[in-house]
Design a protein around this ligand. Sequence first.
Ligand SMILES: [Fe+2]
Ligand SMILES: [Fe+2]
Length: 318
Amino acid sequence: MDALRHRPSSSALPASAVADADPLGDDVAVALHTLYELHYRGFPDVDPEWEWNPELLRFRAAVERVFLDALRSGVDGGADVEGVLDELLVEHVPGSGVSHHLRDEGDWDQMREYFAHRSIYHHKEADPHAWVIPRLRGQAKASLVAVEFDEFGGGRGSRMHSQLYVDLLVAAGMSGEYLHYFDDVPAPAIALVNMMSLFGLHRNLRGSLVGHFAAAEITTAPSARRMAAALDRLEAPAACTLFFTEHIEADAVHEQIMRRDVIGDLLDREPELREDVVFGVQATELLEARLADQLLSSWGSGESSLRTRRRWLVSQNG
Ligand SMILES: [Fe+2]
Ligand SMILES: [Fe+2]
């Protein structure tokens, strides 16, 4: 952060400090997110020339390495693409995920906390996946773009999923400002977005980006159905529910397109990417499970899942 406040220079950033950091902890999550943000919207007080500064990229590579190593060592791996995707569709009964909790017994405060965690991604919904477009060919490219077209509102700015999420936040009495809740959200939700940026920005992880995208589309429709039920039970404003009902139908279609046309065609062309696709699916599950643990264990002990309750309340009023 100190370095970014100054003009870009050729002095080295402290890459050696990265080795001691918790790869899935707050420091790595915040550092990586800050570095990647230079490729998205940047920061008002940071010189945009930093984006391609060689010393910054050297430092980012060191942070990426510890994060990627932790993801790789946290998953089983393998090359059974169909198997890992099918497994995502199995509903474990009784369901014990975050959306099950919110549907059955969550309160409005927990719902708003959940909105804050997910805002880190939904403010840039579908953006990280756009990086992969030039790395695909033929039907895989055409079909992935068809999914992205929907994510970006089918040509209508007001229907972009990122805009529907802003509408959701505002309807819930929260701030719709870009990354407003970043400082309130602990590592797990940030790490998920970092994973997408990592997969999107590295051509050699294109299979993992596609695997991640398919996993997200497959799991969204059932969880969106539970979220819509939760919001009905809590009598939430219609704009909150719309974001999820929009995803129930859209993602049932997206799931099919991602599996058959994107992954199918990609692996026909490049069968050696099977393990990368599996890794993308499993890394998504790993980080989603960490987020679910963090939310449910906080709520289970009667606490807020955000960094500090106080700051959260202040920012709601601000
Ligand atoms: Fe979406
Ligand atoms: Fe989708």
